[in-house]
Design a protein around this ligand. Structure first.
Ligand SMILES: Cc1cc2nc3c(=O)[nH]c(=O)nc-3n(C[C@H](O)[C@H](O)[C@H](O)COP(=O)(O)OP(=O)(O)OC[C@H]3O[C@@H](n4cnc5c(N)ncnc54)[C@H](O)[C@@H]3O)c2cc1C
Length: 385
């Protein structure tokens, strides 16, 4: 029965849900580090994020198997396996992890560990390790890309534009994102979206917003210096514009601009494009940090129009040293309000390809507002958050 055994899958899933789940995952890692001490060095000192991510992934995979869905889990595991090459994950690491997971689960469910549960647990664990390892082995690209920071531009109190030159160019699709490790916080990988299309000389640019209490984002905004060495994973994500398709609505919240800007810059290579209307929103006018570039693109590309949106009408007193936030002539007049409300006040956008990028809450609110206005849910693209 293996992966077909819904009862056994449901039992295993119960282990990664509920109040004891974090402790169970903690025991998996403890067992793994004991079996394979060198693995410990691949992780940060505080493992709480890693435990929660691992728990959520297991929960999601088991739920998909219970629902008899295998395609998405396999595609996800393959991507995860390719991505884990950046940690230096080896076949031996996968084997000891598989052993630790099996040993912990069988001890946890000792009283109900029948042959059928044993078979299902082995099938799930073998699938996870097998797909990840197989995909990692099959990928011929580099395990990671290193690059040197050449410019750190603090465009606002909480925002920085960081430019790097990679040791070797990375081939990604405009709109994709990468996992990034900065020297200030080794092993704390965070996703960032390149704000420019791929460059044959390896030049790449990121826009980073410091979130309140955020470890990595604050380090990047406040402490990054020219000469810092960053490490980047292989690219992920599938945001894209179908240039033969409908006109396009883009909604960018703060540094959510980065992937959409990269797509727009890439579209500039073509004379003919669908019309693109970009709403670019931030809390304060001074945080609309990239209007000058957007204006320059819109000035020479008539298919692009840009509406700046700020939640508050005026910038705070600390913004006095930052550039004048008045939109250049040629962009639409700046609107005041929350992005979801401003965007949907223009209509339903039901006939557009829609791309939304920004924080988790901004994406959820914009998506809900657009669907409520009549935009088909499947016309809205956003990255997984
Ligand atoms: C696909 C993808 C692409 C991304 N691209 C970019 C990008 O181009 N530029 C960029 O600045 N960020 C981007 N992010 C967000 C980034 O990966 C980090 O989550 C963010 O910088 C916070 O990391 P941190 O270490 O500072 O915060 P953490 O220490 O991980 O978290 C601290 C606190 O901040 C909260 N938090 C985490 N992320 C956010 C967020 N985005 N908004 C508000 N609160 C948050 C957490 O819930 C927690 O309470 C992207 C995220 C995803 C999933």
């Amino acid at each position: 029965m293996g992966l077909e055994n819904r009862d056994a899958l449901t039992l295993l899933r119960a282990g990664v849900r509920g109040p004891e789940a974090d402790a169970l995952i903690g025991r998996v890692f403890t067992c793994w580090f004991a079996l394979d001490p060198e693995v410990r060095d691949l992780f940060p000192a505080d493992m709480s994020d890693q435990r929660e991510t691992f728990r959520r992934v297991l929960d999601w995979l088991l739920s998909e198997f219970i629902a008899r869905n295998a395609d998405e889990p396999v595609a996800f595991l393959a991507q995860l396996g390719r991505d884990h090459r950046k940690y230096g994950a080896t076949k031996a690491h996968y084997e000891t992890l598989a052993h630790s997971l099996f040993a912990t689960l069988s001890a946890e469910f000792e009283n109900v560990w029948t042959d059928a549960v044993d078979e299902t647990a082995r099938a799930v664990i073998n699938l996870i390790a097998g797909v990840m390892l197989g995909a990692a082995d099959a990928d011929r690209g580099p395990d990671w890309w290193d690059g040197t920071v050449v410019e750190h531009h603090r465009v606002s109190r909480d925002l920085a534009v960081v430019r790097l030159i990679l040791d070797r160019p990375m081939d990604y699709h405009p709109g994709q994102y990468v996992n990034v490790q900065v020297p200030q916080l080794p092993r704390r990988w965070r996703y960032l979206s390149p704000a420019v299309p791929p460059d044959p000389d390896g030049r790449i640019e990121f826009h980073v917003r410091a979130v309140s209490g955020g470890l990595v984002s604050n380090a990047v905004v406040a402490e990054t210096r020219a000469g810092d060495r960053w490490r980047l994973s292989s690219p992920h994500g599938a945001l894209e514009v179908d240039r033969a398709g409908e006109d396009v609505l883009m909604v960018a919240g703060s540094t959510g601009l980065a992937p959409l800007r990269s797509i727009i810059m890439d579209m500039c290579r073509f004379g003919q494009n669908p019309r693109v209307h970009l709403f670019f929103g931030a809390r304060y006018p001074c945080e609309l940090y990239d209007l000058q570039t957007l204006w320059e693109i819109a000035a020479t590309n008539p298919w692009l129009s840009v509406t700046p949106v700020s939640q508050y009408k005026i910038s705070p007193p600390w913004a006095v040293d930052y550039p004048d936030p008045t939109p250049p002539r040629g962009l639409h007049v700046r609107q005041t309000g929350l992005l979801p409300e401003v965007v949907t006040s223009y209509g339903s956008w039901a006939d557009r390809q829609i791309l939304v990028a920004g924080s988790r809450s901004m994406i959820a609110a914009t998506r809900a507002a657009l669907v409520a206005k009549g935009a088909p849910a499947d016309s809205i693209q956003c990255d997984p958050v």
